[in-house]
Design a protein around this ligand. Sequence first.
Ligand code: UD1
Length: 430
Amino acid sequence: MEIYAIKGGNPLVGEVEIGGAKNAALPIIAASLMTDETVHIDNVPDVRDTNVLLKSMESMGVIVDRNARHRVTINASHIHDYIADDDNIKKIRASYYLIGAMLGKYKEAQVALPGGCNIGSRAIDQHIKGFKALGAEVTIEYGLIKAKADKLVGSHIYMDVVSVGATINVMMAAALAEGTTIIENSAKEPHVVDLANFLNSMGANIKGAGTDVIRIKGVSKLHGSDYTIIPDQIEAGTFMFAAAITRGDVTVKNVIPKHLESISAKLLEIGCEIEESDDAVRVVSSKPLIHTHVKTLPYPGFPTDMQPQIAVALALSQGTSIVTESIFENRFKYVDELTRMGANIKVEGNTAIIDGISKYTGASLMAPDLRAGAALVLAALSAEGFSTVEDIHYIERGYEDFPLKLQGLGAQIEKVDSDRELRKFKLKIG
Ligand code: UD1
């Protein structure tokens, strides 16, 4: 069993290159089957979720060629069925993007119900409402979502909740519908905009992505494209908080600073210094951290995917902080692990009340999900002594070369898969 072995206490210092956004790559990869022509995608992160999606598309007859680690060429002209139901696809949340993509292109899709991180109930009613509004029949049977339409016709859709997944899914199907679709109360996340830009590069007609009203004029056909995915906002934010938590000095490179504003603002509030340039942000943590309050919100608010990382920092900040999770109801599962490292956190419903302590102490930890897993690694890197993190398969769903990138900043972390390797690591670090 692979685990991370970590010796804490080193401030992280240096520069780290941020990869392509996982949450943009997933819908863009799915959308590439909406044309019979060849699509080239650059800056695809080499993480488990994107690899699972690509494998699953291959099993449907899509030709996938990984020309280089981060460049993928996709041709879906010989797709042989509209069913995505292999064992792997059930493990990832983004499998549902194949519904919007196939429904748009083939007017038919059957996809295994999505898995992904267990961070709350993760309903898909808004996706279904959108597909139905476009004229599809949607049923759920034997663990599959089945969507079918004679033709898709544009519609006016008001989303009851702001949903990244539903906005993206409906946008894909509507791109190849007859007439105009208007999505109101749409999500504004950078990856929603990136998918719209990608679809437009294939000949779609989508306006307003990045605002809460998206207008999609359906076209009859999409063509090939050569597209580069945006940098990952959450990977960048995680390394920015790594600087704060370890009292370090980290520059995240190849980022879009605008996408990081809510994260930078909180780091400033807790006492870090921030320097921004065109495509990099430097975070310096030289003063004691101070408490603040934070509530997760849809973009441009503070991202729910950064909630565990900021909580790890606030647990080391002077005074009492309050973290309110307003997107997913089950996102405080890491708190028990932090408590075993000495943190003083009380969870009441969707709120965590945090009384700062001066330092964590090392412990054996289990990653409960992707982002919380990464946050526990950051806690372990700042802790006194030795820690292990199990269930790292969650972390590998969304972070490429996480230990390697942290090592580049001076972290003492290694992936080990036996007691022997663990002993070797302990001997090496002393
Ligand atoms: C995406 C991201 C995830 C991020 C989340 C919020 C991907 C692959 N995942 O997840 O990392 O944490 O956005 O930024 O991009 N909801 C409904 N009905 C629906 C859909 C959603 O009630 O049909 C609710 C959800 O339960 C949740 C909220 O809306 O409370 C937001 O969910 P949504 O934005 O859809 O998240 P995902 O797309 O699943």
